[in-house]
Design a protein around this ligand. Structure first.
Ligand SMILES: [Zn+2]
Length: 304
């Protein structure tokens, strides 16, 4: 006879495991993805708020972005190995933000590629200061996070051949952050865009190092590329209309803030005027919109 209590415990356990285990999805012939939840990090979501990608080559895995903790990264690696048990050759980090770089210590043994500014921030402990600040804000959620040396810092475009696939890696001038890179696979025309391209979600322009003017220029250049799919940090796979969405939001903010500044309005008044726009319906508006206005409001004084 089946013990009813035991059976219920077993079912509940399975549900819990299923809820918390990262789900992996095949998104192209060679690319697998895990899609994070929408929102800021919290105890409830365990910091699982961003995407990560594994590209399978015939020499091993190439991973793009490391999630926000070694615990989450280890779960992802486990999933990759269950698809094909070959080594992770490279981890490429699209930028320094916690949800893209904080899982890196799980990738010991792989070569780590990132923008040269991220290597510098790790060497001079700037990233430790960032982590401490986040630990204060988010109740020590990132206490297990450790950083590794960046093996291949990027300051100009490079191409890396891994088995049958080529990874073209482009460092960007300051845009979303000062550590942004793009990754493009010419054979499949897949673009990994970090947080440079979004669709139906408000981008974050409030980073200390962000540069909205450069960001628009970069989007114009990406528009000219041949692209089959765009993978970013927070959406499901996208097509080129996401470039337009991102461009239009940044362009809207820059032109509106500039116009209102010319009318001698201060930040608080501009914030008020831009508080009920058509962009309000998109996720992360509440979290990012005012920070974006504040950054652009200040930056416009230094643009010529
Ligand atoms: Zn970011």
């Amino acid at each position: 006879m089946i013990n009813k209590k035991l059976l219920i415990t077993y079912i509940v356990l399975i549900i819990i495991i299923k809820t918390f285990a990262l789900q992996i999805e095949k998104v192209s012939n060679n690319t697998y993805a895990t899609f994070g939840k929408t929102g800021l990090p919290s105890k409830e979501n365990g910091g699982f708020i961003s995407n990560t990608y594994g590209v399978l080559t015939n020499e091993g895995w190439v991973v793009i972005d490391s999630l926000s903790s070694p615990t989450l990264a280890k779960q992802f690696i486990k999933q990759l190995k269950s698809i094909k048990n070959v080594p992770v050759k490279y981890l490429i980090i699209t930028h320094y933000h916690l949800d893209h770089s904080f899982g890196m210590s799980a990738y010991k043994g792989a070569k780590i590629i990132a923008h040269k500014n991220l290597k510098r921030d790790i060497q001079n402990s700037n990233i430790e200061i960032y982590k401490e600040m986040l630990n204060k804000t988010f109740d020590n959620l990132f206490k297990n996070v450790k950083f590794l040396n960046i093996d291949i810092p990027i300051d100009k475009k490079i191409s890396i051949k891994v088995g049958n696939l080529t990874f073209e890696i482009f460092p960007l001038p300051n845009a979303h952050t000062h550590t942004d890179i793009l990754i493009y696979i010419p054979q499949t025309k897949e673009l990994f865009a970090g947080d440079i391209i979004f669709y139906n979600r408000i981008p974050f322009i409030g980073d200390n190092h962000s540069n909205s003017k450069n960001w628009l220029k970069i989007l114009k250049q990406i528009e000219k590329m041949k692209i089959s799919k765009i993978y970013n940090g927070h959406n499901k796979p996208l097509d080129k209309k996401a470039i337009k969405f991102t461009y239009e939001y940044i362009y809207f903010l820059r032109s509106e803030i500039s116009r209102l500044k010319d009318e001698d309005l201060f930040y608080d008044e501009i914030k008020e005027k831009l508080s009920s726009t058509e962009w309000k319906k998109y996720p992360m508006f509440k979290e990012f919109h005012n920070k974006n206005i504040y950054k652009i409001f200040n930056d416009l004084d230094f643009e010529f």
